[in-house]
Design a protein around this ligand. Sequence first.
Ligand code: SAH
Length: 467
Amino acid sequence: METFPIFMKIRDCPCVVVGGGDVASRKVSLLLKAGGDVTVIAPMLYASLVELLKAGNIKYLNTVFEPSQLDEACVVIAATDDEDVNRQVSEAARARNIPVNVVDAPELCTFIVPSIVDRSPILVAVSSGGAAPVLARMLRARIETMIPSSYGRLAALAADFRDQVKRRFSNSQQRRIFWEDVFQGPIGEQVLSGREPAARLALQQVLKDSGDAHHGEVYLVGGGPGDPDLLTFRALRLMQQADVCVYDKLVSKEVMELVRRDADLIYVGKARDQHTLPQEKINDLLVRLAQEGKRVLRLKGGDPFIFGRGGEEIETLMEHGVPFQVVPGITAANGVSSYAGIPLTHRDYAQSCLFTTGHLKDGSVDLDWPALVRSGQTVVIYMGLIGLPEICRQLVAHGAPADRPIAIVQQGTTQRQRVIAGTLATLAEKVQVAALKAPCLIIVGEVVSLREKLAWFEPSPGAGSAE
Ligand code: SAH
């Protein structure tokens, strides 16, 4: 270890920054964030420093650097573009035993300013000891994605309840188990998803009752259209902490691979020649699993609230008092259109966009056709593969021009994506020949023709086999 990692308290302590430019300004902001009493020494000030000076947030010495200016300082940063000045600052600080950092000159530093992830009061600092700051910054970016933005609130909650918990559990191991349960269970989730008052109440209750924080919860999570990179940070986090995952066919296998390895997997989709588990049975299953104290991941393709029956599932949970949260996903319309190079709205072609389902009932599709044939809009049809010929026929019968562009996209956003474009008159036949596999999304409207120019995603053949 080349350096000794510490977090330094500088609140109300005199901090000196030599230099008035852009880099100096960034260091000043950081020192101010930590409550430092900052003096800037420079012959000229960068605009953002002028603002800080005007607002009374910093002191300013409009002079050239002199060693005696450091006499009172508790920490010094040099950020000038003059190597001689930087060296003088470093020497003067070291002569006074004051920690000094010189930007981009590790040999002149007695301390390094790490890359940080700020979830105050939680702070994560990453340093390469000055060897490779870019690498440290990249690592920081990765950590940034792993720690939810509201993580600091968890620590704040813990701080508020610390004494109470200490009184309740005298033994430190009991306290550790208690806090682990709180942070990883529904109370922690409530804080992270912005339901802090409820979390505080629940924590009070848990402390009052048995001290047992084991209650189940359901995470209704949108798994997006297929490409696992399109998951949200929250979806991924919950997927990795679930005890059991209830999923159906629409969730891509690449997404399923990210579910915690030792979670039990329960498939509720359609097996070959069989029916899907009826919705009421799924609702009951979720309630039962949560009541057993499990963290239940209800993972759905796309977004749970778009043709996903997510509303029905949480209605049942609500009735049974089971805590839950809903995590939106990228719905097929969004993901698939992006990857197919078809913008759903466009100033010249479509001012609105309509999502509908093309599910066949008794061989026909029952839709509000007059609304669907209007020009100047895009229509996205979910579940329309089987009904495609009927949909094209009805649109034309209700007045849409036969040459209106339409596309159908198979397994969009995945390596198995296929796009077939045509017109209302031609597409059905092309699709019959192409033998597409579900899921498929239909997009109707002038915007479809933009694909010729804008298609950018090319699945690599062989990278994923069709199912
Ligand atoms: N809740 C889902 C939709 C469920 S309905 C969502 O928000 O996306 C199922 C329909 O979604 C399928 O019939 C198909 O029309 C569409 N769909 C979902 N994923 C798709 C994909 N990767 N490619 C094409 N269509 C998709």
